[in-house]
Design a protein around this ligand. Sequence first.
Ligand code: SF4
Length: 497
Amino acid sequence: MKLITEGNVNKYYAQALCLLFFPTSKFSESEPLLPSTPVVKMTMTEVESGVRATVKIKTELGESYAEAFRHYESSEPLSRRRTEHIALGAAMLEAGSKLFGDTPAWGLLTGVRPAKIARQYIERGLDDKATARELTANYLINPKKAALLTAIARNEHNIAKTLEDNMCSVYISIPFCPTRCAYCSFVSYATKRLLSLIPAYLERLHRDIDRMFGLIRELGLRVVTVYIGGGTPTILSAEQLRELLEHIGCYVDPSDLRELTLEAGRPDTITAEKIAVAVGCGVSRISINPQTLNNAILEAIGRKHTAEDFYRAFTLAREGGVKTINCDLIAGLPSERFSSFSRSVDAVLKLRPENVTFHTFCVKKSADLIRDCTELYLRNGGDTSKCVDYSQLKAKNAGYVPYYIYRQKNTVGNLENVGFALRGYEGLYNIIMMEELHSVFAIGAGGITKLVPKNGGRIERVAVPKYPYEYLDMDKNPEAMYAIYDKIRKFYEENFK
Ligand code: SF4
């Protein structure tokens, strides 16, 4: 599509707004302008004590125009920049809604972490009703989503209060899977040749565990959550898993550690022996992810396990004494309809996992699935929107509370991902990560350490190479490795004196 901007319009924000009505569009400057190419023109003009934004959309369907005016306010969270964003977003929403007849449920919120915005109001002392009202008025979110966001932000706010400045978390990456799912967008090795790298990878990982935990100790930090993610960490043998967990156990203080998660993910990798090892070594939370309990759809998305595998793995985890079990489901999988998805929701909730996370299908890379996923192009999400509503309502009625949320680009209907928990079982690492409550130190290929300063300020990221073979190659270039630790040290010297 063609995007034209005039005045003080942030190009990236303008593109994000366009995606609300033109999902999956590309913004190439060099593409020829065809009669079928949608054109959006956005302008921003300074007027007395405020800003006026206009949006004009031209498509094959017709043309639409809207304008919005907003006063600048000096008080946070409505900074000058945010006021401009709101004005431009309001104009875009009105112009798009006039043309397409649908108003996006999330209004102007285009970012990954919408609960952060709600939390700003809560931290200013607003109660839940007033927070939801502000979200609806300023961000044009529909009241149902505003209430959901407020409930999540309130929960997060209460949990954030229990954290202290000298706390941190650790992420450990195991980027290997038994086979590759058709919709996967992660770097995860799944072929026989690549899986043969696991022993060398673990050897390297153990050395980095020594270095990173050593640094955490040197900085005087207390580790409150550890998340072993992937990939599929339970692809490791029981013995490899034991060595890894015992090694981590040498460094964490059990009186500080509030959560140790092992992402099992694929039910086909879970055995009684691995569960016994995990529980024996202090794992408190395990993710077992069916995605759907419809075997035909599991096969179609190349998931290589069945609903029966999931039930078997769930029983092993339950009988093995795992404190918190999380189950992921995905709404909007290609060719899955509401009747099938709702059966999966009902069946999973009946098992009473402590956590259940409802994702919306997100197509990133797989061209085959993009072709099949016609609903991705529906602005209102079609059947998937009904699936998302159903999952949230059923979870709420079954006594679960929503505790974290994130949004991604290219999800069906621009819908959200929400984690629910039985009260007291909220996944702490998920909240910390999503709300950037403190630093998370990453170990292993593809890991990104996030350094969060005290009292706001700019978050810094330090990345480890993405692919396991690059990670293994770092041994040839120890300076690059030490540069990571030096950067972390420097950040703490500057921000936590
Ligand atoms: S289990 Fe997850 S990480 Fe592994 S291939 Fe499937 S979607 Fe990708």
